[in-house]
Design a protein around this ligand. Sequence first.
Ligand SMILES: Nc1nc2c(ncn2[C@@H]2O[C@H](COP(=O)(O)OP(=O)(O)OP(=O)(O)O)[C@@H](O)[C@H]2O)c(=O)[nH]1
Ligand SMILES: [Mg+2]
Length: 210
Amino acid sequence: MDDLAHRLFARPWSFLRGARGMGDLPDAGPLEVAFAGRSNVGKSTLLNALVGQKALARTSNTPGRTQELNFFVTDTAPIVMVDMPGYGYAAAPKKTVEAWTGLVFDYLRGRVTLRRVYLLIDARHGLKANDEEVMNTLDQAAVSYQIVLTKTDKIAPSALETLLAETAEKIKKRPAAYPEIVATSSVTKEGVDALRAELARLAAEAAGAQ
Ligand SMILES: Nc1nc2c(ncn2[C@@H]2O[C@H](COP(=O)(O)OP(=O)(O)OP(=O)(O)O)[C@@H](O)[C@H]2O)c(=O)[nH]1
Ligand SMILES: [Mg+2]
């Protein structure tokens, strides 16, 4: 880990608040980085891998584990990480899933302090129609986002190469998308240090702006 990243993750992160609606959000202050993606893609697991705390965000084999926007903070930098409910299939009633999805889109579209979205994509499945909808929303709102492939331990290196090339081609014309795609696995920890370094860079930028 580089020096800045080491400092950002030197102390434990803690849970600040869960929000079920836009009215419950914490006051907009420090910059926020959000983890978005389909249900079960590995958002909460990746957040735990980044902070090195196994049970900070709750994870599950069953889609629909995270049911609120969960805000996590550290006292080493003015940066907040936001674990989001998933969209797409979830083991919950239709109305409940619709409410989570509505909240996800409202937050992505309307949060002034949202600085970066990590859009997680399961490496076994690639981009789906609802991921494209999220990208449309972020492009329209001019919120910068980066594609993060998850569960790369579950596919062959050659399949990963193909997916990286295909995905890069699909996002080429999207104005708010980062052209580089990060491949991660919370099993092998591939990509985790690269994301930590990027978060540390954002945190340093935020600290400088205060
Ligand atoms: N093999 C493998 N499994 C993973 C990886 N990341 C997550 N998982 C597993 O995928 C399942 C879902 O992980 P979560 O982190 O709960 O997924 P989520 O995106 O937060 O899901 P929701 O909150 O339900 O939207 C769990 O069983 C994890 O252990 C990975 O990189 N590799
Ligand atoms: Mg989750």
